[in-house]
Design a binder for this molecule. Structure first.
Ligand code: NAP
Length: 511
């Protein structure tokens, strides 16, 4: 078996893995390898190729601050353009030579004796071992498709497609199509499928709140200005950022102040749907913001089309030929599109990562909920930094901003390790518990806790462990510097690790 030794292994070549690779290079850390199971950069933006896939954060903010793109064609970009952008940035920063594509990490385990992460990977059917002093888990929360727990999937004789694993060979023209789900992915793909399908049944469990999408193409003059007028693009970026942060206040501290957003959503429904029954079905019953606020001008017109039915009776089972609802009606389908999201707090990847006490992330998080320190480190998993880890997700602005905050933390961590000859770093249980208690305290009045909805933002303990509470500039502030006091560290030639960091019992979750 081939063994490869590197200082740093980065798992994942999406926005965060690529960002980490670039920052490492820029700061003189050249001994690293990026590992990704796909065939190019982009992560979720490579894998989500369903028709209509697009971003609902404006392009000028949904991009790296160190790689502005004056060429964005539209105010909100579509998946192919974002995917292209990520690969262009990778090319410009020459990180491809550090990257192993089509390489799947099957298992990653911390080996205490060697002070190494050992990654068992499979590449072209060949097993290899990568040994790294530091592992960066840039695996992304939205990468493992979630198949709903509905009886009968195996019986279905037609075609099943998940939104996150699109199959371009499936022809929807004139077909009877069923879509399960009405989340961010479904509201983008349904309008496209509705144009070509013979019949389209959309199975809605919970109606989403949807604001209009103010998307438009940029003119040649605007693109020229973005490229040539000093500070213009940064100013636009800053303005988008500032406007979005206002929403953060409402989501976290004052859900009542989101009432105007709800009115905009209600007007969107009233304007687009005439049938009172359909209007009622399409109107959510939870507080706006509790689930992600979606953006679309096309969803309501699509579900109002004569070839589309919004089914709200609930799914009883999948049959050989279609879907049976809870009223006993069976609707035939040639293709079922499953737009039911991702395993976020219960990702199967967590089983593959095993820390110091021989326990997997899945074991640990099953017990305490998805907790970490500053979204980056988890007690008992030495020398492992997660990108977009616990409590870093957002409902209101660009994840790239959060990723770049973590990149600051990562670089300062690595510089500290280098300067001080550190061989082992483990966040203390005390620091992690204190941090999570603060996060949960900050969330107590939020719409995510009190808005009357079920969402993937909550883990199985009922805690919101995916979202960052409040303003993103606060996360930027706390990740500016690596705060070594929160860690048990061991330096070259010493073994000073206190016993409790790997072995102590974690505090239970507090829902
Ligand atoms: P999602 O938001 O989790 O939506 C899943 C949908 O499937 C929901 O409508 C859910 O209903 C439904 N569902 C799940 N299990 C079901 C079942 N057993 N029976 C019936 N319906 C079921 O997933 P997503 O739409 O793929 O989006 C996931 C995340 O990806 C988003 O929140 C967002 O962060 C990101 N995303 C972003 C963009 C963008 O524009 N930036 C685009 C796409 C996705 P319930 O609501 O009742 O659970």
């Amino acid at each position: 078996m081939t063994m490869i030794d590197v200082q740093i292994a980065i798992i994942g070549a999406g926005f965060s893995g690529l960002g980490a690779a670039i920052k490492l290079k820029q700061n003189g850390f050249d001994d690293f390898m990026v590992i990704d199971r796909g065939s190019d950069f982009g992560g979720t933006w490579r894998d989500n190729t369903y028709p209509g896939a697009a971003c609902d954060v404006p392009s000028h903010l949904y991009s790296y601050s160190f790689a502005h793109n004056p060429e964005w064609s539209r105010s909100y970009s579509h998946q192919p353009e974002i995917h292209r952008y990520i690969n262009d940035v990778a090319e410009r920063h020459a990180v491809r030579s550090h990257t192993r594509f089509q390489t799947e990490v099957e298992h990653a385990e911390w080996h205490e004796d060697e002070r190494r992460w050992i990654l068992d990977v499979v590449r072209d059917g060949q097993r290899e071992q990568v040994r790294a002093q530091i592992m960066i888990g840039a695996i992304g929360p939205l990468c493992e498709p979630n198949l709903p727990d509905i009886d009968g999937f195996d019986d279905f004789q037609g075609t099943i497609v998940h939104s996150a694993r699109w199959d371009d060979d499936v022809d929807f023209t004139g077909k009877r199509v069923a879509v399960i789900g009405t989340g961010a992915s479904a509201i983008q793909l349904v309008p496209e499928l509705a144009k070509v399908a013979g019949r389209l049944d959309v199975y809605q469990r919970t109606a989403p709140w949807i604001v209009p999408r103010t998307e438009r193409a940029y003119s040649a003059t605007e693109k020229w200005a973005f490229a040539k007028v000093p500070g213009y693009q940064s100013a636009v970026r800053g303005a988008i950022y500032a406007m979005n942060e206002v929403t953060a206040f409402g989501l976290t501290y004052s859900p009542k102040s989101l009432k105007p957003v709800e009115l905009v959503c209600r007007a969107n429904i009233a304007r687009s749907i005439r049938d009172p029954e359909l209007r009622t079905k399409a109107t959510p019953t939870f507080q706006v913001g509790c689930k992600r606020i979606l953006r679309s001008n096309e969803w309501y017109p699509a579900i109002a089309r004569p070839n589309v039915d919004l089914v709200t009776d609930g799914i009883a089972s999948i049959t050989e030929n279609g879907i049976a609802d809870k009223n006993g009606t069976v609707r035939d389908a040639d293709v079922i599109v499953v737009a039911t999201g991702f395993h976020v707090t219960d990702s199967p990847v967590f089983d593959k990562i095993v820390g110091a006490a021989g326990r997997s992330l899945a074991n640990v998080w099953d017990e305490i909920g998805m907790q970490g320190y500053k979204g980056s480190f988890v007690n008992g998993f030495p020398n492992m930094m997660l990108m977009v880890g616990p409590s870093t997700g957002l409902g209101h602005t660009s994840m790239v901003y959060m990723i770049e905050s973590q990149l600051n933390y990562l670089v300062d961590y690595l510089k500290t390790v280098r300067a001080q000859g550190i061989t082992r770093t483990d966040v203390t249980l005390e620091a992690q518990q204190r941090y999570n208690a603060e996060v949960q305290h900050d969330l107590r009045n939020s719409v995510w806790v009190n808005g009357g909805c079920a969402s993937w933002y909550k883990d199985h303990h009922g805690n919101i462990t995916t979202l960052w509470p409040g303003f993103t500039f606060n996360f930027r502030r706390i990740t500016r510097q690596f705060d070594i006091a929160a860690y048990d560290v061991e330096r070259r030639g010493t073994r000073t690790r206190p016993a409790e960091s790997a072995d102590a019992q974690p505090a239970p979750a507090t829902a």
